[in-house]
Each structure stands twice: as C-alpha cells, then as structure tokens.
Design a protein around this ligand. Sequence first.
Ligand SMILES: C[S@@+](CC[C@H](N)C(=O)[O-])C[C@H]1O[C@@H](n2cnc3c(N)ncnc32)[C@H](O)[C@@H]1O
Length: 218
Amino acid sequence: MKHILKPDGRLSLCADMTRKGSRLADIGTDHGYLPIELCQSGRIPSALACDINPLPLRSAEENIARYRLSDKIHTRLSDGLKKIAPDEADDIVIAGMGGELIRDILSAEEWVKDGSKLFILQPMTHHTDLIEWLYKNGFDIVRQAAVADAGRLYTALAARYTGEIKDCDLLTATVGALDISEPRSREFLRSCLNNLNNRCKGDPSLKPVADKLEEMIG
Ligand SMILES: C[S@@+](CC[C@H](N)C(=O)[O-])C[C@H]1O[C@@H](n2cnc3c(N)ncnc32)[C@H](O)[C@@H]1O
C-alpha cells in the first residue's frame, strides 16, 4: 500500500525522529497516519494510537483496518498520557497540538522523567512555552528541526529527561536546539521574529530579545 505521510511534511519529520524498533505511543493520533506509516514501513513493531475524543479514534481504527495493521496498532481513549502505563511505550509522539497543551500533558505524569523515553513533540503554536518547561524541568532537546507544511512553518523536537535543569529566557526558548546554519531553521526563526516585532508594539521590553534574534539569524 502507498505511503500516507507527505515525504517532507510535519509528521514525516516526527516519524524521522522516532527510534527504529521502538514501541510508539501517538498521543492525539486523530487519523492514525503516523503509527500506520511507521508500522507499514517496518521502522517500528507496534504502536498505541491514542486520542481524547472517540470520533477521531474511530477514524484511526478504520484507517488501521484499511492498512491491515490491527494486529500491530491498538487504539486507546486517553486524555494525554493518563491511560498509558510507563512500560507500554519507548517513544511518545505528541504532535499537532498547541505547545501549552503539550506542556500540560507532559507535566501531568511523573513517569515522563524516565531518561529511557524519547518524547517527539510538534507544537503548532507557542513552542516557546513548551521549550521553557522542558529546559526548566530537566529535559534535554536531543534534536530539533523546522519544516514547512501547507504553507506554514513548524518546528518539531525530540527530548528526553536528563535531570539537568537549565535557565531559559525567551531567546533560548525561541531558538531551542535549532541549527541556525540550516536555511529552514532560519526561515522558521524569521517568522518568530515577525511575531516578536508585532508583540514589541504593545510590550517594548521585548525589543532587546527581537534585536538579539535578528542579529543571530542575520
Ligand atoms: C489536530 S489533531 C493532530 C493529529 C495528528 N497528531 C497530527 O499531528 O496531524 C489533534 C488531535 O489531538 C486530540 N487531542 C486534543 N487534546 C488531547 C488530549 N488532552 N489527549 C489526547 N488527545 C488530544 C484531538 O482530539 C485531535 O484528534
């Protein structure tokens, strides 16, 4: 059967950050495309496709059955990680939600502080809130990249708990672990700079952050 993720899209970037052979939990799976693609390609052996709403979960179930993967991918109704036991997944993807919601989902479960777990996070908005929480709560960002999808720029990152707490100001949270030598990362940060410049109109204290970011990305 054909591949269902756009090769250079948002979810493909998340898929690429998963570890080969890991058991996946996809939180907020909706259509289930990510676990389907990863099981279909053989990159992972099994997955839990989870959602807080029954309707998207049903659509995931239909897609999983269509791709004949019902033996490998199980669905589960779960608010965030509440119904996921720590030993059920190695890699946890939370994609396509606001950064604040992803942060709240992570902060609700103590077992996220297990350094063997890899969290692949793709915030649609407010990535700075998520990164600030990660750094201030002992997580390291092991990889971060930017991607263009449907005319918009997004970032996705892979993080794991190390216990090392880092200071995080707005500039650090904006740039995260992006490699600014990458044109796509600079493009993403340019869009962040435009937002910051707009916010400076109401809050001039943000101007030094905007100036520093502009200096960094050139
Ligand atoms: C926009 S879709 C994203 C689907 C897919 N992950 C993606 O990135 O394309 C967001 C999904 O997250 C689900 N969702 C929202 N809040 C959630 C929560 N607290 N726990 C689990 N799923 C949630 C919604 O029901 C919806 O299906």
